[in-house]
Design a protein around this ligand. Structure first.
Ligand code: ADP
Ligand code: MG
Ligand code: MG
Length: 248
């Protein structure tokens, strides 16, 4: 069983300290929600774990089964079993969704999946997410709607079968139907018990569909409160104001 351990993580962007000591442990089979006001550093946490060059780790560790991910290249992190769904995926003209996904699976596994097997997994994944079959031939991210981007992220996750998945703002820009399909995808995926999910969100909406085991509240670059799913309900009722006042 895999574990992601974030230990006293400090991250700066352009010499400004954004994360100020984050501690968090996510085990396979668990779903953790990180919630917090805009600008509190939630995406910075995701980018830092992903190895985005703009985010400087000033101290701390991010261990996946004891291996410090921060010492690995971005590709090595993916091979180690980390999956990051980014908030703003890039467009890649000339690369189809199908080609992109097969390359991604090849990169993570270290060998190309058999074409027929891959085609079957891809079809099953797309069917489960109510994605039209023509989608596989479209250029990566080109003209994708919010719902298509999110479905594509969940499809990637289903094909890559990561140990730990970090999903940032998965509910942004989704209508209720898309939100349900995406949430069902996450729930199907986590039911295997083999993946730990870190779900980063500003809104409580998605947490009605994806019940987290643990909720962590972020404010000004730190976790300021932790609890079970009931904490998400409290946040829905009371908002973040109490935390932004306290940490300002
Ligand atoms: P959240 O995801 O919680 O809304 P972010 O991590 O996006 O918060 O932002 C946290 C803080 O870090 C903000 O003050 C933001 O302006 C700053 N920040 C984040 N990324 C960058 C960046 N690439 N360049 C400059 N400032 C950044
Ligand atoms: Mg934001
Ligand atoms: Mg964000």
């Amino acid at each position: 069983m895999s574990t992601l351990e974030i230990r006293d993580l400090h991250v700066a962007v352009e010499d400004k300290e954004i994360l100020r000591g984050v501690n968090l442990t996510v085990a396979a089979g668990q779903t953790h929600a990180i919630m917090g006001p805009n600008g509190s550093g939630k995406s910075t946490l995701a980018y830092a774990i992903a190895g985005h060059p703009k985010y400087t780790i000033t101290s701390g560790k991010v261990l996946l089964d004891g291996v410090d991910l921060l010492e690995l290249s971005v590709d090595e992190r993916a091979r180690a079993g980390l999956f990051l769904a980014m908030q703003y995926p890039v467009e890649v003209p000339g690369v189809s969704v199908s080609n992109f996904l097969r390359s991604a699976v090849t990169a993570v596994r270290g060998e190309a999946p058999k074409l027929r097997e891959f085609a079957k997994d891809l079809k099953n994944g797309m069917d489960a997410l109510s994605i039209d079959s023509a989608f596989a031939q479209r250029n990566l991210n080109e003209g994708f709607s919010g719902g298509e981007k999110k479905r594509h992220e969940i499809l990637q996750m289903e094909l890559l079968k990561p140990k730990i998945a970090v999903l940032d703002e998965t509910d942004s820009g989704l209508d209720v139907d898309a939100l349900r399909v995406v949430s069902e995808g996450i729930n199907r995926f986590r039911a295997s018990g083999e993946t730990g999910v870190l779900l980063i969100t500003h809104y409580t909406r998605i947490l009605r569909y994806v019940k987290p085991d643990f909720v962590h509240v972020f404010a000004a670059g730190r976790i300021v409160e932790e609890g079970g799913p009931e904490l998400a309900e409290k946040l829905e009722a009371e908002g973040y104001e109490q935390y932004t006042k306290a940490s300002a």
